[in-house]
Design a protein around this ligand. Structure first.
Ligand SMILES: [Fe+2]
Ligand SMILES: [Fe+2]
Length: 280
């Protein structure tokens, strides 16, 4: 397992360094920035994405604490953190260069980000790999929709930004899927059980951290509906992992039944029942 994870990371790094790499200075046609072309709603979406990406100190610190003993995962986490930091930077540069936000407003944003901390939504490496596969796929889809919109509007700057950021997110999703595939080979029932838990409790990193996250993304047209998440992120991921919906549903029913049994056992007895039970 250790060697396989390292190989998956090395493949990820090779493609990142040789084919996918980009930088905010040379690969974005900033000279084509045209303020008039961009509507406020798009700028709102970019600001929310920027804010969500700015939690990278928490994502990487928490992730590294969890993964530090697994060499390939820990090294992936460091490269991943660099790529995510590049995302927040390119969004930030866009907001200031396009004149949507001032330095003072960004200083306020930084202060609000550092005033709250993101914490791991799940307890184990395997659950976090399941979460990573779905969350990165959802992020990729949101950015792809923005890229398509920018392309249709003839906005070359935003189109380039979302193209590069989106290609990173797609690569992150693929890395986590490869890890989940390994987990399935090691322990299929346990991994399916974790996937069901993750799906039942799934939320994007910004939810609960960024005020009115969902509402603001919905208003600016930058969010992903529950239906799109299911159809375009969850189902394709399951297909790539060769997990059937029937297999997943069976586990979901098993967990729901288990939860109902635990709840019933913990629930206070109804007085009438107690009286019945006390009767000889
Ligand atoms: Fe990102
Ligand atoms: Fe990502």
């Amino acid at each position: 397992m250790r060697e396989k994870i390292y190989r998956i990371y090395l493949d990820f790094l090779e493609i990142a360094e040789t084919k996918r790499d980009w930088n905010i200075f040379n690969d974005i046609p900033w000279e084509k920035l045209r303020r008039a072309k961009v509507d406020d709603a798009t700028a709102q979406s970019v600001e929310i994405y920027c804010t969500e990406e700015m939690y990278v100190p928490d994502y990487s610190a928490e992730g590294l604490r969890m993964l530090r003993a697994i060499f390939g995962m820990a090294w992936f986490q460091t490269r991943w953190a660099f790529e995510e930091s590049r995302h927040s930077l390119v969004f930030r540069e866009y907001l200031t260069r396009a004149g949507f936000r001032s330095e003072a407003q960004l200083a306020e944003l930084e202060a609000s980000v550092s005033s709250r901390a993101w914490t791991l939504p799940f307890d184990t490496c395997r659950q976090m790999a399941c979460y990573g596969a779905l969350q990165e796929a959802a992020t990729y889809l949101a950015y792809k929709a923005q890229k398509d919109r920018a392309r249709a509007a003839g906005d070359e700057v935003l189109s380039a930004i979302f193209h590069h950021v989106g290609s990173d997110e797609a690569a992150h999703a693929a890395f986590y899927r490869a890890i989940v595939k390994l987990d399935l080979e090691e322990d299929r029932p346990g991994t399916i059980a974790d996937l069901v838990r993750v799906l039942a409790n799934f939320k994007m990193p910004g939810e609960g951290l960024i005020p009115d996250y969902r509402e603001r993304l919905q208003c600016s047209g930058g969010g992903l509906s529950a239906r799109a998440f299911l159809e375009k992120a969850v189902l394709p991921s399951l297909a790539m992992l060769r997990i059937s919906r029937a297999e997943l549903n069976l586990e979901r029913k098993r967990q729901t039944a288990g939860l109902a049994a635990v709840t019933a056992a913990a629930a206070p007895a109804i007085p009438g029942d107690r009286a019945m039970a006390a009767r000889p």
